[in-house]
Design a protein around this ligand. Structure first.
Ligand code: ATP
Length: 291
């Protein structure tokens, strides 16, 4: 949907974006991760048009027209005394919609975000989770093709998070491309189809979620005795083997030689108590990429 090339943005001497290259493919839910200050919010502000980049290009993929963009900022500011329904109607009227269309759009976004029971509540009395929903509803008013959501579940309780995940998956099924930032790696694993990791204003990793997790298989072997005497031999067999007490972990390519390892352990008098095979978690990938 969008191709971002060599995007840079500085605030005086501070380089917030330092040549960001990123593709946002149509139909995906792309999760942007990265430590505090990595540049996620700055990137989203540039994409949504609230900040102007110093250099670089953002253009639609495949010579398509510019997508309609809906943006939910990280920091939410609302007129405190206005009521939720009143506020959304006002925002709809600012979206170049006629009276009837604005009314229809407001009803649709209220339903999508589950705000039906809160239309009469003043914004100053809304919880943080409720305000997140109001902001998401606002971002949906112009029926965007691309939703840019800066930390959409910040402040939501676990139930609220799960509800919002369901809303996002539903919106994606309706054909909306979603770009979101989050510090919750479990949430990103559950919801996103692609990930990009930003650090010091650069994209240092991007992949489809399926490929990212498939790239790093792991196997763990539990034995009946301490493995310390075997550590040196195992390391000479493969550098991606780690040993801790009675536990031996095979990372990435080392999983291929697991049969050989098992026979070595059996020959050395160890009993195999348990073997676990699993994919790496996003947390492991994240820490490895940022090492
Ligand atoms: P977080 O995860 O904490 O939200 P982030 O990845 O979204 O962080 P940004 O908010 O984009 O990071 O900030 C990137 C860098 O740019 C930070 O060092 C930040 O202090 C700086 N920065 C952002 N906006 C401004 C501004 N308006 N003026 C000066 N510096 C800014």
């Amino acid at each position: 949907m969008l191709k971002i090339e060599q995007l840079t943005k500085s605030f005086f001497s501070l380089v917030a974006l330092d040549g960001v290259d990123l593709v946002v493919p149509r139909g995906e839910i792309l999760g942007v991760l990265g430590p505090n200050g990595a540049g996620k919010t700055t990137l989203f502000k540039v994409l949504s048009g609230s900040l102007v980049a110093d250099h670089g290009r953002v253009q639609p993929l495949d010579n398509r027209p510019w997508p309609h963009i809906g943006y939910k900022p990280e920091r939410l500011f609302f007129p405190p005394r206005m009521r939720v329904g009143q506020y959304l109607s006002l925002m709809a009227s600012l979206c170049n919609l006629s009276g009837r269309e604005a009314e229809k759009a407001t009803t649709a976004v209220v339903e999508m975000t589950g705000l039906q029971d809160y239309l009469g509540k003043r914004l100053k009395d809304c919880s943080k989770g409720m305000r997140q929903r109001v902001s998401l509803a606002q971002a949906l008013l112009n029926n965007p093709d691309l939703l840019i959501l800066d930390e959409p579940t910040d402040g939501l309780d676990p139930l609220g998070q799960a509800e919002l995940h369901a809303v996002l998956l539903n919106l994606n099924e309706m054909g909306k491309t979603i770009l979101l930032s989050s510090h919750r790696l479990g949430e990103v694993t559950a919801v996103c189809t692609r990930i990009a990791i930003l650090n010091h204003g650069r994209v240092i990793y991007q992949s489809s979620m399926a490929e990212a997790l498939a790239e790093r298989p792991q196997a763990t072997i539990y034995v009946d005795k301490d493995l310390t005497p075997m550590t040196q031999l195992l390391h000479t067999l493969h550098p991606d083997i780690s040993v801790e007490g009675q536990k031996l972990s095979l990372h990435r390519d080392a999983t291929v030689i697991r049969r050989q390892i098992l026979s070595i352990l059996l020959a050395a008098g160890y009993d195999i108590l348990q073997i676990e095979r699993r994919r790496a978690t996003l947390t492991e990938i994240y820490s490895e990429v940022l090492k």
